[in-house]
Design a protein. Structure first.
Length: 367
């Protein structure tokens, strides 16, 4: 019994230290004080452009705002592995293409733009600091230790399904630059990434790196890796512009007028990556509903778009493929919406890849 208790205590200490590391770090008081000059920072927190819920006192349409969705089994998940194309470092050319992309599942992307390679929101494991919570449906198409050389890493916000401790540690000693929202640099510095390789942007800020211009713009969302540091860091979308090509990365956002402003300021976009999943009437402004995705496509002036933020994690109570099924129908009905649906790991070259509704071929949901 004594041996068991000693082992249990040791495991608890090690687990506690791991979770403490994974959680990250809150910006210093000096940093928070600097943010007070910003119109979207108030009372020690960044402020969403619009409230996240229209119904603070009641739930409509069966929506649930509780944490049970992260820990209770959901009947609406795939019964087996989803289609994917396995990748490793050798799958990528030494010189990035002029225009290509790889969807790695959920919001993780590799974008090749005018000879530069960009890694977006790389998450290769579960989307939580504890095992068994927010589990992946299956393994990613690209192992974490096979990430190819990248010029830039973009992080949209610090939620666990967008910012992964293990991925950042893998990239710690790689000669690449990180572009993150305000405050997120505190996590990266704690995890050993030198501050001189980190650029932090506020809404409306832009910088030039590797021959590309990266602009940070508003989204309706929130941030934080614990309840105590909620909204101490910012969340953002990105417009990435080369000499001739432009792409948009939506990050997470509810629908709002900010998308029209982004389109007017930075569009049109040759390709957009727009989040489509995790919607719930209980928190109606946290993510986009399928009908709103089509409106975002029009607002920003996209010529084509890839749906992201789906197919990997069970973040809501709707079936895993419901968002893409609704969206594909809406796009077909509209007639002028260019929806691209690559399999995870597929090399996408806009205008060259045939589309197929691969999610309909996937293993059926468990009941």
């Amino acid at each position: 019994m004594l041996t068991f208790l000693v082992v249990l205590a040791a495991v608890s200490v090690v687990s506690g230290l791991h979770v403490h590391q994974t959680v990250g770090h809150t910006p210093t008081q000096e940093e928070l004080t600097r943010y007070e000059r910003l119109p979207y920072f108030k009372d020690g927190q960044f402020q969403s452009p619009e409230p996240l819920t229209r119904y603070p006192e009641r739930i409509t349409g069966g929506g649930s705002r509780g944490w049970e969705r992260f820990i209770l089994p959901n009947a609406h998940v795939p019964s087996g592995d989803l289609p994917r194309i396995a990748l490793n470092r050798a799958s990528f050319s030494e010189t990035p293409a002029n225009f290509a992309a790889y969807w790695l599942g959920h919001s993780s992307l590799i974008i090749e733009l005018e000879g530069k390679r960009i890694l977006v929101d790389p998450v290769f494991g579960n989307a939580a600091p504890f095992p068994g919570i927010v589990r992946r449906f299956d393994d990613p198409p690209l192992p974490r230790d096979q990430i190819p050389p990248v010029n830039l890493v973009l992080i949209t916000h610090d939620h666990y399904d967008h910012l992964e401790y293990a991925a950042m540690r893998t990239l710690r000693d790689v000669e690449t630059r990180f572009v993150v929202p305000l405050g997120v640099g505190a996590h990266l510095r704690k995890w050993g990434i030198p501050g001189e390789r980190i650029d932090e942007l506020g809404w409306g800020d832009a910088l030039s790196r590797e021959g590309l211009t990266i602009a940070s713009e508003r989204t309706i969302h929130y941030a934080g890796r614990t309840y105590g540091n909620r909204n101490k860091t910012l969340w953002t979308s990105y417009a990435v512009k080369g000499e001739k090509l432009r792409v948009f990365v939506s990050g997470d956002s509810g629908y709002g007028e900010h998308f029209k402003e982004i389109g007017a300021k930075h569009g049109p976009f040759d390709l957009a990556f727009i989040e489509i999943d995790g919607w719930n009437p209980g928190w109606p402004k946290t993510h986009l509903f399928p009908k709103e995705v089509i409106q975002v496509y029009r607002d920003i002036g996209a010529r084509a778009f890839v749906p992201v933020h789906w197919g990997v994690f069970d973040l809501a109570r709707h079936p895993w493929s419901e968002s893409i099924e609704i969206l594909s129908g809406l796009a077909e009905e509209a007639g002028d919406v260019k929806l691209l649906t690559p399999v995870m790991g597929e090399r996408l070259v806009p205008g060259e890849n045939p589309n197929r509704a691969w999610w309909r071929e996937a293993p059926k949901e468990e009941r």
